[in-house]
Design a protein around this ligand. Structure first.
Ligand SMILES: [Fe+2]
Length: 324
């Protein structure tokens, strides 16, 4: 995914672009910000914010438990569901461990009897599972608005909405940055892109830095992802308590004919005692076709499902096609 290796996030920052800015208070404004800035800072709808607040609150209690208690919350029914211990996710470029533990809840398991039975007494799993529909509705609203926005920019009618209900999931990461202040790691998460159609991310502490990248070499049969230009400098993102950042990746660029650039991002180690992040990762359902909304010479040929599947295995985890 990266065109070159990066040890840490460069300390340069870019000036805030002029105009309306990336802040958005509804899906339409978020879509506009994605086209113009390649990210949006969204004032979360009340229902989604309320879910996120309760999940992060329960997450603090969950992750402070002893390891042997937490490992019991790894699902035997599905190895992507539930608790992920420290160091299991790897940065695809450097191979460095992400300095976090995590907990994931997939929408495709929401009605699985096996998973429900296993998760019955887990407060965190219940709260995250109950939030999936509200998050999915928000993601659908942003993607519909984005489809309309790029159709306008493209001057034509775009293809239909995509189905994201089956394979999207919520993940919470839990960091202890202060514990790693002396180990030579400038970042608690190295710069990367997520590889989903969208990510809706809410962190509890500063440290997030972002940089959109340009595609400089189209994909080839040997390199299905293409090559992206170097970062032009990372911008530190400060979010208010009610705000989340909407992050596009390569699949978003493919859908939008390159109008939305993939957003590389990482997390600096600011030395805080703890840091949580809650992400809704949005994937299209492979059972439905997912054609690019904008058909131009470079982007029209992509199989978006294939690209997402390749990217889903880049973090040391099972790829999407293998878990279905
Ligand atoms: Fe990420």
């Amino acid at each position: 995914m990266h065109s070159e290796r990066e040890g840490s996030i460069a300390q340069t920052t870019r000036p805030e672009p002029s105009g309306g800015g990336p802040r958005a208070s509804n899906p339409e404004q978020a879509a506009r910000a994605l086209v113009h800035y390649s990210y949006a800072i969204l004032h979360m709808p009340d229902d989604v914010f309320s879910h996120a607040y309760n999940i992060l609150d329960a997450g603090r209690r969950f992750f402070e438990q002893p390891l042997e208690v937490k490992t019991q919350r790894r699902s035997a029914a599905d190895d992507l569901e539930g608790y992920r211990s420290f160091g299991e996710e790897l940065d695809p470029e450097t191979g460095l461990e992400d300095l976090s533990e995590g907990f994931a809840v997939w929408r495709r398991n929401q009605h699985s009897e096996d998973v429900r039975r296993w998760a019955r007494s887990c407060e965190l799993h219940g709260l995250m599972s109950n939030a999936l529909d509200a998050y999915a509705t928000l993601a659908e609203d942003i993607l519909s608005a984005l489809r309309r926005e790029v159709a306008q920019e493209d001057g034509g009618a775009a293809a239909g909405d995509i189905n994201i209900r089956a394979l999207s999931y919520l993940q919470q990461n839990y960091y202890r940055p202060a514990d790693h202040a002396g180990d030579g790691r400038a970042n608690v998460m190295e710069p990367h892109e997520d590889g989903h159609v969208l990510t809706i991310l809410k962190p509890t502490a500063p440290g997030l830095a972002v940089s959109p990248r340009e595609l400089i070499e189209p994909p080839t049969p040997e390199n299905r992802l293409g090559v992206y230009g170097p970062p032009t400098g990372y911008l530190d993102i400060d979010l208010g308590p009610r705000e989340a950042i909407v992050i596009p990746s390569t699949p978003t660029a493919l859908l939008t004919g390159g109008l939305v650039k993939p957003l590389w991002h990482g997390v600096r180690n600011t030395g805080s005692k703890r840091r949580q992040s809650l992400m809704f990762f949005v994937n299209p359902d492979p059972a439905f076709s997912c054609r690019p909304w904008v058909r131009n010479r470079i982007f029209a040929k992509y199989d978006i499902h294939e690209i997402i599947d390749i990217m889903s295995s880049n973090y040391g985890k099972t790829s999407i096609s293998q878990v279905m």
